[in-house]
Write a protein that binds this ligand. Structure first.
Ligand code: AHR
Length: 510
């Protein structure tokens, strides 16, 4: 047994709000992320509501998905919205992902119906790479105007007379790479036009008329998110922020993105998603902790131009990316999801919470069947992944206020890699209760954690762990890893937790 870790919880103080959008999801037209995973079509024997599969929807509702980013990813920069509306859809090759036919049967209305059934907000990415400013402007008018324009009438004819709400508009995606390989200066010039002309005309959100000063002033105003940092390169963030600082009245943005994937080894050979041991585990945890430095670096750039923190940092793609399942289409990015990935999810959510003054949203890649998914499906079968369970356990942190904690984590060493042994965050929930999340990174040893919380009478919740670092659920055994009840001992305002090796626990303190 390693030395106990003492956590000082400043239970009477609160800091920044952990925006619910920090728990956002990303759903791209990639592999079976949409087709099969979310959309089965109205005539499917798989139970569905207007084509959206019921089992997946119900599971996602339980984790209170705040927003869904769609239609990509790289796919967004070759997506033409007109091909996915009305009775006749355009079939194309999905050149970004797997070279399969993209039937466009899941288009604008189907996506909006999906988020509506889910009770989530929308995060649309417009096509900056191969689309035009006019195409994006038309999409926005089609979606949001309440005036009887030609596009509004077309929307009504397609079944939705009332305007839709759009919470976030991504201005392109990775335009330094798959989104057109643009130089940072070139992107900035394009981005300014998309930011200006992509008008949200919904009277409940309108910031386009009049444009001067309007964007920030409307409480429901759509937030435009420009492309920023790639894991290794800050050029875009620097250029976007510099342009924003000296902007003229006609354009504005409300956020800059950061994409940062966890690659345990290297891009050519990333590592297995299952059937691995402690070596891969330690490499994966080490790789994921880079998120802390990436956010620090991008925040430092943003702070130089925006010390008042008017703009948000949106980590709108993150998660572990490993080798595809053997035998699957490599362009489908299908991977298993293990206890390691649950620990990775918790460590990242903790990093986001600690940076909640700047990080206002994140979207894990991706929601169903792709990369670090919440849910895997196989025809009519469905399973919840360890990462899903972490999202479920973290629901009380949505909208909670950070409570400062300090602790000396100690270390866990394996194969020459030394990592912080434990991690913890605390927050005051919207229900007024104190919540603690505790993670034991150590693959072998339990961790005793003590926390002084004056007046505490009970600390109960759930813990997620398993026999091996690659413990996972399968369609044959979908409940091999699931949260179990967990509680601390309380004595004189002191809480004591015995946290199993390689585990994540969330408790409510009463
Ligand atoms: O999430 C998979 C891909 O990763 C996205 O399409 C792209 O934006 C990123 O490179």
């Amino acid at each position: 047994q390693a030395a106990p870790v003492r956590i000082d919880v400043q239970a009477n103080r609160t800091g920044a709000t952990i925006e619910p959008d920090i728990f956002g999801q990303f759903a791209e037209h990639l592999g079976t992320g949409i087709y099969g995973g979310v959309w089965v079509g109205k005539d499917s024997p798989i139970p569905n509501v207007r084509g959206i599969r019921t089992d997946v929807l119900q599971a996602l509702k339980a984790i209170k998905v705040p927003n869904v980013r769609w239609p990509g990813g790289c796919f967004a920069d070759e997506y033409h919205w007109r091909e996915g509306i009305g009775p006749k859809r355009v079939e194309r090759v999905n050149a970004s992902w797997g070279g399969v036919i993209e039937p466009n049967t899941f288009g604008t209305h189907e996506f909006m119906d999906f988020v509506d059934q889910l009770g989530a907000e929308t995060f649309l990415s417009v096509n900056v790479g191969s689309g035009t400013v006019q195409e994006a402007a038309d999409w926005m008018e089609y979606l949001t105007t309440d005036k009887p324009t030609t596009l509004q009438k077309e929307r009504a004819a397609n079944g939705h007379p009332a305007p839709y709400k759009i919470k976030y508009l991504g201005l392109g995606n990775e335009n330094w790479g798959c989104g057109g390989a643009m130089s940072n200066d070139h992107y900035v010039e394009e981005m300014k036009q998309f930011a200006h002309y992509s008008r949200n005309l919904n009277p409940d959100q309108n910031h386009a008329v009049p444009p001067v000063g309007g964007a920030q002033s409307h409480p429901n105003a759509m937030k435009r998110v420009a492309v920023g940092w790639d894991s290794g390169n800050s050029d875009y963030t620097e250029s976007v922020m510099k342009a924003w600082k000296s902007k003229v009245w006609s354009w504005d943005i409300e956020g800059v993105s950061l994409h940062g994937y966890t690659i345990p080894n290297n891009w050519e050979k990333k590592g297995p998603s299952v059937g691995f041991g402690e070596d891969e585990y330690a490499k994966g945890i080490k790789a994921t902790l880079a998120m802390k430095e990436w956010i620090a670096k991008q925040s430092a750039i943003m702070d130089r131009y925006d010390p008042e923190k008017k703009l948000g940092l949106y980590v709108d793609e993150w998660g572990i990316w490993v080798d595809p399942n053997p035998g699957s289409n490599p362009g489908f990015l299908q991977q298993q999801n293990t206890l390691r990935d649950a620990v990775i999810a918790a460590l990242n959510l903790n990093i986001f919470a600690r940076n909640a003054d700047r990080v206002r949203g994140t979207n894990i890649a991706q929601m169903v069947n792709v990369l670090q998914a919440m849910i895997l499906t196989d025809g009519p079968k469905m399973l919840l992944t360890p990462t899903y369970h972490v999202y479920h356990m973290y629901v009380p942190f949505q909208g909670a206020k950070v409570v400062p904690v300090s602790f000396e984590a100690g270390t866990y060493t394996h194969g020459g890699i030394t990592l912080p042994r434990v991690d913890a965050i605390a927050a005051r929930g919207t229900d007024g209760k104190l919540y603690l999340s505790l993670t034991n990174v150590d693959a072998n040893k339990p961790a005793r954690i003590t926390a002084a919380v004056p007046g505490a009478r009970r600390a109960t919740g759930q813990v997620l762990t398993g026999p091996a670092v690659d413990t996972h659920n399968s369609f044959d055994n979908p409940n091999r890893i699931a949260p179990k009840p967990f509680s601390g001992r309380v004595s004189g305002g002191q809480l004591t937790f015995d946290l199993p090796a390689k585990s994540v626990a969330v408790v409510e303190v009463q």
